[in-house]
Design a protein around this ligand. Sequence first.
Ligand SMILES: O=c1[nH]c(=O)c2[nH]c(=O)[nH]c2[nH]1
Length: 345
Amino acid sequence: MAVVLGPNRYGKAEIRLVRVVRDGVVHHIKDLNVRTSLSGAMDDAHLTGDNSAVLPTDTQKNVVYAFARKHGVDQIEDFALLLARHHVDAHPSIHHARVEIEEYFWDRVPPPDGGDERHSFVRSGREVRTCVVHHDRDGASTVVSGLRDLVVLNSTGSEFHGFIQDEYTTLPPTRDRVLATEVSARWRHLPDGFRPAAEPPEPSGTSEPSGTSEPSGTSEPSGPHESSGAPEPSGPPGPPVPPRPYGFGESYEEVRSRLLEAFAGTYSLSLQQTLYAMGDLVLRTCPGICEVRLAMPNRHHFAVDLTPFGLDNPGEVFHAADRPYGLIEGTVLDDAAPDARFAWE
Ligand SMILES: O=c1[nH]c(=O)c2[nH]c(=O)[nH]c2[nH]1
């Protein structure tokens, strides 16, 4: 037997970064959890203890804080790309960088005296936004954006029946149930970024995100539907229409809206069917996304038997069980999607 070193990477996990932008008395915050992982010419570090190729994890952590000050933090994907490219470009021994970021949203607490100062926040009940970015020394970058803990519930419009019945089956078929889940979704961006402005997503008209988290006060525009680069249908030619701004922030809100829209709008015969509908709508409507991976626990809601108390229960009183839960997972992708390479690692 020959023992050899297999794949390896190293970095700093759980780098908690809070960036405050002070716009006079109006402050903006960005609350992140960053993980960096580097790989490259690390054989000697493992085999002989020679650390000359090793950029310490402590330095990786320092770069996160220094770059937050130097470059600001707007969209997490852009910040992750900046960090990943820096590490690969700065050190020949680093061949590949992976940067993962989670973002926690905060809502504003208005000043009780009605004044102008805006520096109070309450942690939002919104989901957590995520991204994983890779950059390789061959110049390739991949971006996977995502969210987790997006908790949703339909109180009707869900059935489950027609499943396999064997000697172990006790689950009664149902024509009306509560469907609740906690969506974890990740979506892969096309390597060449977003599609041109000429193909904006259709306005959905429904399911606008309810969160009020604010941008960090830097350059990104604030919403996917606020401006349209679509040319006017008629009339004299005016000044050229600037391209419709569409970056990671707009893309995120668009995907989130479509996930909610499909969850709410699908009459469900199973959570599997709902999962597919959610991924399908994202792929068909959101620019520049070629693959969606979803994990959706089935948060079972059991109607409580109230007959011992002489009461009926016409779908009103439920026990929300936390475990065990069904775990429904699936990938929906464009069959012409380019190779994912390391995007999902
Ligand atoms: O939507 C569902 N899918 C299943 O596969 C399943 N299995 C189960 O017990 N309940 C459900 N619900």
